[in-house]
Each structure stands twice: as C-alpha cells, then as structure tokens.
Design a protein around this ligand. Structure first.
Ligand code: ATP
Ligand code: MG
Length: 610
C-alpha cells in the first residue's frame, strides 16, 4: 500500500478532549475519528490493527473449541423481559420500539439471545457441553463515555457462552477460557493482571477479570505483597482485626458498660467532626447510612417497615421488590462497599438514599441516623459493628448522639455481612500479608453464571435417565476496542505508537528520501520482494520532506522502517538503512539482502507472539 492512497490523516495536535496517550495517538496517527460522544469510526489503519486483535481472539476461541455464531445486534425486548433484565438493567440498556410498537434492545451483552437460540435446539445431554461465541457490536448508553474507545457507547465485544450438564464440565471450560485469555493478551503484547472478581464466600473461582494497569483505570485493584492474591476492590476481602460477637456475647460484654445515653452534639455531623468534638477515635463510632436498593430479590416479608413494599411480579408469583430502603451500619473508620451490599441484598443496584428520603426515614436531619430505636427500616450491619460494645452513634434527632451504645444489648441487626471496602494496608485474607493498591482497566471477564439464565428463560435438556434438567452456564467477554487502545497505552513513546508486531497495521514502512529515480526503483523492488515474502508493507511515496515522513512513520508506529537515500544507493555496494521503531540506532544493510533479512527478522518476531 502506498501512503498517498492509504487515507492516513495524521494530525500534529492532540484532540482537545483526549487526555490519555491511546486516545491522543489513535486520533493523531489517523486510526480513528469521532462521530459523536462515545461513537467512533475506525479509519483504514486503525481497522487493520483492530482486525489483527480480532484474529488473535478468534484463533484462541476456535482453538479452545468454541463455535462462532453471528446473531443480530437488535434483539426482541421479550427475551430481556423473560430474563428480568428489561427491568433491572437500568439506563445503560438502549430500548426502542419499531414501527409496529414492538420492544427491542440493542445488545449490550447477549446472554438472552444465546440462551434463546440454544433453548430451541437443546434436547439431550448428548449435546452438552456446548460452547458458542460471537464477535459483534454492542451498545451501552454509558453516562460518561471517556478516554476514546476505552469507554465508548458502541463497541465490539467477543462474548462467549457455554452450557453444561454439571459443575465439573463448567469448571473445565472456565479454566480453558482462563488459559485462552492469558494467551490472547500475551499475543497482543499486553501485560494483564488477572484478578478475582468474586468474593471467596461465593466459591472462590467463579469470576476472574483481566485488568491492565492504568492511571486512569476505573477499577481499584488490591494485590498482596506476599502472595499472589489480587482482587477488584469491589470484591476484595481482607482479614479483620476484630472478632464479631453474637448478640448474646455482645450483651455479656456490655454488662459492665454504662447504659446508652444521649449527648448533645450541636451541628456535628460527620465522623471526622464527631471524632474531634468527642475526642474519640473514628473506630468507636457506628456509622449509619440509609440506602435505596432496587430489584431486591431477598425475602423482606419479615423485615421491619417492608410489609407494604411493591413487587414486580403477580400475586401468584411475586418477583423482586421494586425498591426498598435499608439502614446500613459499619464501624466509623471503615467504608461501605456497595458491590458487597448489593450482593448481600440480592439487589440489582444500591445507592445512597436521597437527602429527603434519609431525613424522612430516619426522622432526623442528615448526620444523625443510628440503629438505636430505629424500627421502620431493616438494619443491615457489617461484622465490624458486632464488636462494638461501647460506641457512639446517631440518636435519630437533631444535634443528638448516643454514647455507650452496645451491639446485642441496645440494638441488633436484621442482617449481617461483610460490607467493608478493603484498602491498602489491610491484611490479605489468604496469607495475612499487606495489601497494596493499583488502578486498572478491565479488558476481559470470565464468569460462572450457574443456572441464572437457564432457569429464568426455561432452558432444559433430558439427562441419561430421561429426566428434565437445567444446564449450567458460563460467560466470557473481551472488549476489542479497549484491548486495542490498551496496546497503545502500553507501547508508545513521545513520538508515537510502537506497535507490537502481532497487531501492527503494517510491518514495514519504506521511505525513499525522494520518490524518484533510483530511490523509487529500489523502493518498488523492495516492496515487491517483501510482499512476496508475506510481509505487509507501506511505501511512503508522498512528495514530502524526509523529516515529515520520518515523523509520520514514528507516529503511526510501524515496527520496521527502511530508508532509501541516493547516497547509499549510489555507493559501489548499494545499501538501505533499516531501523526498528523500538530502537534508536539504525543499521546499513546491503540492498540485495535487505528483503531477506527483514523477512527473517519479522518471521522471528511474529513467532514470539504465536
Ligand atoms: P466496565 O466495568 O468497564 O463498565 P463491565 O464489567 O461492564 O465493564 P463486561 O460486561 O464484563 O464489562 O463486558 C466485557 C468487556 O467489554 C469488558 O471487559 C470491556 O473490555 C468491554 N467493555 C464494556 N463496556 C465497554 C465500553 N463502554 N466501551 C468499551 N468496551 C467496553
Ligand atoms: Mg465486567
């Protein structure tokens, strides 16, 4: 391909909204353009690299025995109603009606579509395990698309779904995927950190995310300095420095503690203000926050204040609670982890209640909620609260707190769980070593779904005995755009991209100092020889100054650059100048052997990525 015909509109300036290297470089190197917020078009150069990432993923999926399908991107809303996600997905799911008023969604993911396809074909255990995937467009109506294609609205995902007759078979495919993902990212030249994305409580090996370290990472990862524990903070556990007491133990321990009594705390609301005002450490406070939870699957029939809550389903088959409020308590120096809270409540989403709801439900101005005497809300407490036998907490009235509050004696929880956010410095739950933090972006995710979708969507098969059974499922996603951008994040310098050979749009760029005379002849011959050797070549045939061509070559990051100048070509032994994008120095090689040399080197480089 000649540069003059290749439509590579490079830019000297970064686009105004681009704050990270990959976003800047994808625009400046002419890989990408923006159509609207979160919507991007790949230009030819960008698409070539994108296709290479796609090919690597496809090869590894095929190798792992997955079969590729191509379902539609537009999916009937009915399927999403069956799974329950029509209600629970929130605003990220783009729903629309067609001309006859039927509901549709643009797939943000495809558990429903695959499960519906499999449901129509699956009858016997002999068809299992069944592992399917697609590489297809997704749409998520992200609130704040950012960092270019790292968080776009439309993007391409490889999503795989597997169906199994037992846990063992699911685990085998899950482990196969865990290995395939490691190979995929390695072949793209990426260093990924696989992290646990589930809590140990749920079985330990049911979900793994593949993260790249990134300062703009949306995820906080906690890693252990002593062992290989690595987890997303959303799910990270840590060893606790307290022993939770049972209510009886709490009562016994509080026997010698003075009765709870109110103290005046005028205009003192936050834990920091209280701690300074009362000269007591934050760990002696019980922090109480009112949370709103949506689509709560937990049974709330016995929960305080919940008897009249509305549910999704019918009277015969009542579904999840549409909305419920909870008072969530945790020790004053700790933070509530909303992912753990949502998991404990079996809710699709949890968020702090609005100020108005908080004041209405606690009967007090903001900052004075507390578990003592709170009867109209279920109290959900972190285990840390069960070790407090002489603490401070809000007294449900303006400018009042309790002192000497004791768990078990003065209050107890409707539900207990691990709700605390682990943080750097906490002890590792596996080995007790110290945890430290890194920021990361998720490139891929593998997940044991169990029977969630098979149950809700009525998927079944007949086992060896002819009995109807429900298959288990796994799902496995990788974002292609984000993966490509992450390659650039990891491989660039101040001059531009430094493509790993496996995903480079072209492998060699030939730059004749001027595209005329012997330089042109040598360039065309070399291009032909290289292409015959299977190498992808870009020839800069433009009538530009050499400096401009060199700058563009560095910017677009082609792994090898060959410069052809008349001085070297006119020498008794004509030579070409070869430079690797990774290295500063160039070398002179005989023009006659230049093609052979390069072909051999590039084949060697490629072999390292296969
Ligand atoms: P995130 O936490 O970043 O929103 P997610 O956990 O919602 O991602 P999954 O549902 O696990 O994402 O989707 C699988 C993969 O799809 C992700 O690992 C990521 O690579 C990609 N992906 C998800 N959302 C986007 C997006 N808005 N833009 C680009 N890629 C995305
Ligand atoms: Mg995910």
């Amino acid at each position: 391909m000649n540069v003059s015909k290749a439509f590579i509109p490079t830019l000297r300036e970064d686009p105004g909204d681009a704050v990270i290297a990959s976003h800047q470089l994808m625009f400046r190197a002419g890989l990408l353009r923006k159509l609207a917020n979160g919507l991007f078009a790949y230009l030819p150069l960008g698409l070539r690299s994108f296709r290479k990432v796609e090919r690597i993923i496809r090869e590894e999926m095929d190798q792992a025995g997955f079969l590729e399908l191509k379902p539609t991107v537009v999916v009937p809303g009915e399927l999403w109603k069956e799974s329950g996600r029509w209600e629970s997905m929130g605003e990220g799911l783009l729903r629309f009606k067609n001309r006859v008023d039927a509901d549709f969604v643009i797939s943000p993911t495809a558990e429903e579509a695959f499960t519906a396809l499999v449901r129509d074909e699956l009858s016997s255990y002999r068809q299992l395990p069944l592992s399917l995937y697609q590489i297809n467009t997704k749409y998520r109506d992200e609130i704040r698309p950012r960092y270019g294609v790292i968080r776009g609205r439309e993007f391409v995902m490889k999503d795989g779904y597997s169906y199994h007759s037992d846990e063992e078979s699911l685990d085998k495919t899950y482990q196969d995927m865990a290995r395939a993902y490691r190979r995929i990212f390695k072949r793209c030249g990426l260093s990924v950190v696989p992290v646990r994305a589930d809590s140990g409580a749920m079985g330990g090996s049911g979900s793994e995310e593949f993260m790249v370290e990134s300062v703009i990472g949306d995820n906080t990862l906690l890693l252990c300095k002593a062992c290989d524990y690595a987890a997303n903070v959303e799910k990270a556990e840590c060893k606790t420095d307290y022993r939770p007491l049972s209510p009886e133990e709490g009562r016994a321990a509080a026997a010698s503690v003075a009765p709870a009594e109110t103290i005046e705390t005028p205009n003192v609301r936050t834990i920091e203000e209280l701690s300074a005002f009362l000269k007591a450490p934050p760990a002696s406070f019980i922090k109480t926050l009112i949370y709103r939870a949506q689509n709560v699957e937990l049974d709330l029939s016995s929960a305080p204040g919940c008897s009249s809550l509305k549910r999704h389903g019918t009277e015969a088959a009542p579904g999840a609670y549409i909305e419920a409020f909870f008072a969530v308590c945790i020790r004053g120096d700790l933070e509530i982890n909303e992912t753990k809270l949502a998991a404990l409540l079996k809710a699709s989403e949890v968020s702090l209640a609005s100020d108005g709801d908080t004041e209405r439900l606690s009967g007090a101005p903001l900052g004075f909620a507390g578990p003592l005497g709170l009867t109209n809300l279920p109290i959900v407490a972190d285990h840390s609260v069960c070790a407090i036998t002489d603490g401070y907490t809000g007294a449900l009235a303006k400018d009042l707190h309790y002192q000497h509050a004791a768990y078990g004696r003065d209050f107890s929880a409707w539900m207990l769980g691990d709700l605390r956010t682990a943080r750097a410095g906490d002890p590792c739950s596996l080995c007790g070593g110290e945890l430290y933090e890194k920021k990361g972006n998720e490139l891929g995710h593998i997940f044991k779904l169990g029977d969630k979708y098979s149950l809700s969507m009525g998927l079944s098969y007949l086992d060896e005995k002819g009995e109807s059974r429900i298959p288990l499922m796994g799902c496995y996603g990788i974002g292609l755009d984000r993966t490509l951008a992450s390659v650039i994040e990891e491989h660039h310098d101040e001059d531009g991209i430094i493509w790993p050979i496996s995903v480079a749009p072209y492998q060699v760029i030939i730059i004749p100092i001027k595209f005329e005379g012997i330089m042109k002849d040598a360039a065309l011959t070399l291009q032909k020889e290289l292409e015959e050797g299977g190498i992808e070549v870009l020839l800069d045939d433009r009538d530009e100054r050499p400096g401009v061509k060199f700058k563009d070559a560095d910017l677009i990051g082609i792994p090898y650059r060959v410069v052809l100048g008349d001085k070297n070509l006119n020498a008794p032994n004509p030579q070409a100048e070869i430079k690797s994008r990774r290295e500063k120095e160039n070398r002179l090689v005989d023009l006659k052997t230049a093609a052979g040399d390069l072909i051999e080197r590039i084949r060697g480089d490629l072999a390292e990525f296969s």
